[in-house]
Write a protein that binds this ligand. Structure first.
Ligand code: TRP
Length: 465
């Protein structure tokens, strides 16, 4: 077999991983979730979860990827030395396909908004415009166009495609966001927006703690690209001299900065036009913000820059989702990268096309289904890194880590005992709200702790330790 592609530099890896993390999750999902969940209270909770769950969880995925040196299927199979590993890895691959199916539809919306913003096509009736274009044959068309863009990048491989593109696109996203945030500061009537977003409201947080926890945890996983094996795949192209803990910190901080910057644009702008951002939901960016652009002088220019920025961010995330199934075909079945890219893209053309036609299925897939699949995937990574490998995981964590290797043992403890409970807890929250079961905070905590212990025992008896 030909040698596997790898990153040209560790910086290239970090940029590509930040590119994967920073995407629609930061610019589209984060601002409206924040607005819906009390502004600053959500922001605080989200930051805590990024540090407490996101960072150690991402490290687990990186450790497995670099140790396994393959895509999820092969990596998990060889790491745990049994065929169940293949099944878990295949579940990850399915997750990335499901994710990309919906992600590419939203990417298509963004592509369309970028193209029509210069003429302000939606300025007159933003809600109607969004309603007409978001589902149906035109949405399928733009989904296919977005998919074609990312397929063209993945086609060229890791170093010549993904790394090269990320090195240009990601810095562009940051510069454009800073410019847009600065422009937002010059707009009138934004003070209330900044206060809502940045002024800490401890009372709200205390009163709504439980309700905020679920969405904040879900967002922390989604935004760091955790639980689908995409980060595992990126780490599999990494050399042993890279410091995983340092890379993880850089990635988590950069991604958070990008999310916070997006909030500094979207939330004050909505407030400036007297729009309650909590009302917008998933359509916030396309309806509420679009109408803000329509009513500002020079709005067409700003809108174009804004949607182009979102498009760049969505592309660098989309490629990480496509890379995982493509690389799996390459690693596992020896299919050529080009054929694999075409094959997987055709599949997603169909599955995503279906979602673009069926709004109710789209909502289920992009919300609860994705939350559940990512949580299950992350739970498996934690169990493998913390329970099954443990010593090997510590070793891999420490390789190239320099002084940060002192964190290896606390990290593995967190991954073994704290994170599984948190992930099960948020999984339960999603399930209970889907099924309409009411199970209070304590009930969920008891089930999550018991569930973790039961899983630990099952894993111990299966692996004989
Ligand atoms: N993190 C990306 C975003 O915020 C989305 C994403 C890309 C993702 N790859 C992923 C989410 C893998 C989960 C798993 O838009």
């Amino acid at each position: 077999m030909a040698t596997r592609d790898s990153w040209v530099s560790n910086l290239g890896f970090v940029l590509a991983a930040v590119g994967s993390a920073a995407g629609l999750g930061n610019i589209w999902r984060f601002p409206w979730l924040t607005a819906e969940n009390g502004g600053s209270a959500f922001l605080v909770m989200y930051l805590l979860l990024i540090i407490g769950v996101g960072v150690p969880g991402l490290l687990a995925e990186f450790v497995l990827g670099r140790r396994g040196k393959q895509t999820p299927t092969g990596a998990l199979r060889s790491l745990i030395g049994s065929p169940e590993g293949s099944a878990l890895g295949s579940f990850n691959v399915v997750t990335t396909i499901v994710m990309l199916s919906f992600y590419s539809v939203v990417g298509g919306w963004i592509l369309r908004y970028t193209l029509v913003s210069p003429v302000g096509a939606y300025f007159g009736q933003p809600a109607q415009y969004f309603g007409q274009m978001s589902y149906g044959l035109q949405a399928v068309g733009f989904h296919l166009a977005f998919l074609a863009i990312i397929a063209a990048i993945v086609f060229f491989g890791v170093s010549r495609g993904i790394e090269r593109v990320s090195k240009v696109m990601l810095p562009a996203v940051v510069v454009l966001l800073i410019g847009l945030a600065a422009w937002t500061m010059t707009q009138p009537d934004t003070a209330a927006g900044y206060a809502f977003y940045l002024g800490f409201d401890g009372e709200y947080l205390a009163a709504n703690f439980v309700n905020i926890l679920g969405p904040a945890a879900g967002q922390a996983l989604f935004t760091l690209s955790l639980g689908a094996g995409a980060m595992l795949t990126y780490a599999s192209y990494l050399e042993d001299d890279a410091s995983l803990p340092r890379a993880t910190l850089v990635i988590a901080i950069s991604n958070t900065v990008i999310g916070v910057l997006a909030g500094l644009i979207v939330i004050p702008l909505l407030f400036s036009q007297g729009i309650d951002p909590g009302q917008g939901g998933p359509g916030a960016l396309f309806v509420a913000l679009a109408s803000v652009f329509g009513s500002l002088p020079g709005g067409a220019v700003v809108a174009t820059v804004f949607f182009a920025t979102v498009l760049l961010a969505a592309v660098t995330s989309g490629i990480s989702l496509l890379e995982t199934p493509v690389a799996t075909l390459v690693d596992e079945y020896g299919v050529s990268r080009r054929r694999a890219t075409v094959g997987v893209s055709l599949l997603i053309a169909v599955t995503g096309g279906g979602l673009a036609l069926a709004s109710s299925v789209f909502r289920f897939v992009s919300g609860p289904l994705v939350d559940i699949m990512l949580s299950v995937g992350l739970f498996a990574f934690l169990a493998i890194a913390g329970w099954i490998l443990r010593t090997e995981a510590i070793e891999e964590f420490s390789a190239g880590a320099g002084r940060l290797d002192a964190l290896a043992t606390p990290w593995v403890m967190t991954v073994s005992w704290v994170l599984p409970v948190v992930v099960l807890f948020s999984l339960l929250s999603t399930f209970t709200s889907l099924a309409g079961i009411s199970l209070g905070l304590n009930g969920r905590a008891v089930v999550a702790i018991t569930g973790t212990i039961v899983c630990r025992i099952v894993v111990a008896s299966a692996t004989g330790d």
